[in-house]
Design a protein around this ligand. Structure first.
Ligand SMILES: [Zn+2]
Ligand SMILES: [Zn+2]
Length: 702
């Protein structure tokens, strides 16, 4: 028993039952926080600690106990209050936040005990992972392949620890807007190990996510369904025919054609009551288990009811807050009546699609202050060539800075959170990197009062180089001052070993090549993607490059030729790294990076060729048209030769693997152009008919 370790779990019979409690999450009532919920998470933390410490020190004999042993090495783990009560170990200056933790060496009856104490059960779990992290363990991707093990040791460092920390974004840190089919145990474990905790409610994973300390945030744009104007009513009429006064007044009239484009008449108490009752019913049934529900208005980029009563409420945000305040009143009343057994938080979205990007002019309804409700700021068309605060970015980011600051001014009354767009639907899982902007942006968000961070859409697996984004994201959402350079260097070194130098250049060049991605592909109307989606193949009359950010020969951010130069350099470094002799895990990573690189490179060249075709046609240059068309066909062929998983159905369950050409979103345009320029044999007739009818605005918040 020379090299032994006792993990002390402060619950009676822990020696026998820790392994059982750790996997018993399905038997725990997560609605009733108490001994059982706490014990399940802490026991799981202890088993994780056990498994990884045994791999760190192979000669170590590890056992569980509910008491500090008289001799031998010991680690006590649990919420500080339980550790104090059960073990009599008083942790000094314990964290107030249940997610916070201390790692401290305590003197105990003439010897020392390492204490991993959380503010609550989540903090205890994070403390276990933080200790393992300090020993050199890393989890860069979901699953075994993403794990980095430190060199083996002969003993554990248990002396001299004194670390205390709480998260910079305590409300939540994670992802938003998952589709129903989108869940993965590997991913959830990866999140917990990296102290992330926000995901949507999924019935099969509910207990596991709760054990891992998750906060469940569900829903999205829901008014589309609740107030659909064509909804048949018992009278045989539609909802609009029955209640035209619930729907928006536009230019003095309430008409069907505006009823599903502009937000409903929130000043109408009957309409608001109808929506609130619908929400209460959902909170009683299928939304019963979520912690927060998005209550987002129509994603139509149109506007609000213009009736005098609505106008009197104030600006867009004032109207939204008025509506949410009314819903809150009804939810609270339903809780009081016992109709609801718990209160669920609601999220208002500060987003130009609803539209409600700018903060309110009249303050916050009193009953929203101190509720669980929060504001989710959504800068969907932000530029990543510049940090948010960079004064050079007047064309895109300036308005987001002003808008979030206007919400920041009321963040003491209504918490503010952000949904970033590192994988917005327009990005289609491209290998985009954000090491230049993420650190400064997180520090900015923290400074304006943001308390929760998330991003959409969550990539489930096969991250390739995007694993670096996630390493940065996880660290920075906990500590917004963490060093990006240090995290990146460590990542490169641990992932690529002897190829780290080449891969550093690969990452740097790749990131720079795509820095202007918002100007290429976003929901921003002047973006190349939106312009090309509007092109029906006829000879264009307007220039394609209208943003100052992106001009054929350059602009305010990186231009196409410079991007191509960087991509060529990226490819060169990749090929050099592939030719090197590296350990198998590093080789597997490089191969995954290579697949992601090829997809990005093909997509970018395809877009550039398409842009050149457009411009050549507009300028009436047939030789340039032929040249560009050959390029378009070349890259289209390459893109259609492989799949890029995964794409999820929305709403409802379902997963699709589209080929890379479909992921460019320009296949319908290509079909139209094939009829015009040749190879009509490759065109499916049904596709041509549909082409051009794509309505990108219909896919919510993407
Ligand atoms: Zn109105
Ligand atoms: Zn910019």
């Amino acid at each position: 028993m020379e090299n032994s370790l006792t993990i002390v779990i402060p619950y009676a019979d822990a020696g026998r039952l820790t392994k059982y409690w750790a996997i018993a999450e399905e038997r725990v009532d997560w609605e009733r926080p108490g001994l059982e919920t706490e014990r399940c998470t802490v026991a799981f933390a202890a088993t994780e600690l056990h498994a990884y410490l045994a791999r760190t020190v192979p000669s170590l004999e590890v056992r569980f106990s509910d008491a500090i042993p008289a001799a031998g090495a010991a680690i006590a783990i649990g919420p500080f209050a339980t550790i104090r009560e059960v073990l009599g170990l008083a942790v000094e200056s314990p964290p107030q936040d249940p997610q916070g933790y201390v790692i401290r060496t305590h003197a105990w009856l003439g010897r020392s005990v390492l204490v991993l104490a959380g503010g609550g059960r989540e903090g205890a779990l994070y403390a276990a992972y933080a200790y393992l992290d300090a020993l050199g363990w890393r989890w860069y991707e979901p699953g075994k392949g993403g794990e980095v093990a430190p060199p083996e040791r002969v003993s554990l460092p248990l002396e001299g620890w004194n670390l205390a920390t709480t998260p910079d974004f305590p409300l939540f840190r994670g992802f938003h807007m998952q589709s129903e089919g989108e869940e993965s145990i590997d991913l959830f474990r990866w999140m917990a190990r990296n102290r992330l905790n926000a995901w949507g409610y999924h019935p099969r994973s509910y207990a596991l996510m709760k054990k891992l300390g998750f906060r469940l945030i569900s829903g999205g744009h829901i008014l589309e369904q609740i107030l659909h104007p064509d909804q048949p009513q018992p009278s045989g009429r539609t909802l609009f025919e029955e209640h035209p006064d619930w729907f928006p007044e536009i230019d003095g009239k309430r008409e069907r054609k505006h009823a599903d484009r502009f937000n409903f008449c929130v000043a109408n108490p009957v309409a608001t009551h109808h929506v609130a009752r619908h929400l209460v019913e959902r909170f009683r049934t299928d939304w019963r288990w979520t912690d927060f529900q998005h209550v987002w208005m129509l994603d139509t980029w149109a506007g609000w009811c213009q009736c005098p009563a609505c106008r009197a409420l104030g600006n867009d945000a004032d109207r939204y807050l008025h509506f949410l305040g009314r819903v809150r009143t009804e939810i609270d009343a339903a809780v009081k009546r016992g109709e609801l057994t718990r209160s669920t938080g609601m999220a208002l979205c500060a987003y130009e699609g609803t539209p409600s990007l700018d903060g309110p002019s009249h303050g916050v309804p009193a009953n929203l202050t101190g509720s669980q409700d929060f504001v989710l700021f959504a800068p969907i068309n932000r530029c990543y060539a510049h940090t948010l605060e960079d004064p050079a970015c007047t064309e895109m980011n300036g308005r987001y800075v002003r808008a979030i600051e206007s919400w920041g001014r009321i963040a003491d009354r209504l918490p503010l959170a952000v949904v970033e767009y590192y994988n917005v639907s327009k990005f289609e899982d491209l290998p985009l990197l954000f090491a230049r902007t993420m650190g400064a942006d997180m520090a900015f968000y923290k400074r304006v009062g943001v308390q929760g961070m998330s991003y959409m859409h969550a990539p489930i697996a096969l991250w390739g180089p995007r694993a670096l984004n996630h390493a940065l994201y996880a660290r920075l959402t906990w500590d917004s001052q963490a060093s990006v350079e240090q995290i990146k260097e460590e990542y490169l070194h641990l992932c690529y070993g002897p190829a780290a130098g080449l891969m550093r250049d690969f990452y740097t060049q790749l990131e720079a090549a795509y820095a202007n991605i918002t100007a290429w592909r976003s929901w921003f109307h002047p973006s190349i993607n939106r312009q090309l989606l509007d092109w029906k193949g006829e000879t264009p009359t307007k220039p394609l490059f209208t943003l100052q950010h992106l001009q054929p020969k350059g602009g305010q951010a990186i231009g196409p030729l410079e991007s191509l130069r960087r991509l060529a350099l990226t490819k060169k470094r990749l090929d050099q790294a592939r030719a090197m002799k590296v350990p198998i895990p590093a080789r597997l990573r490089i191969e995954e990076d290579a697949r992601a690189f090829r997809y990005g490179d093909d997509s970018f060249r395809f877009y550039w060729a398409m842009a050149q075709l457009y411009e050549a046609d507009r300028k009436g240059d047939p030789r340039a048209v032929r040249r560009a068309w050959t390029e378009v066909e070349h890259f289209a062929d390459s893109l259609s030769s492989y799949h890029v998983p995964f794409d999820y159905e929305y709403p409802g369950p379902g997963v699709r693997a589209k080929d890379a050409l479909a992921r460019t979103q320009l296949r319908p345009l290509l079909d139209l152009l094939r009829v015009k320029h040749g190879r009509p044999d490759l065109v499916q007739p049904s596709r041509v008919r549909r082409a051009g009818k794509a309505r990108p605005g219909r896919k919510p918040a993407r």
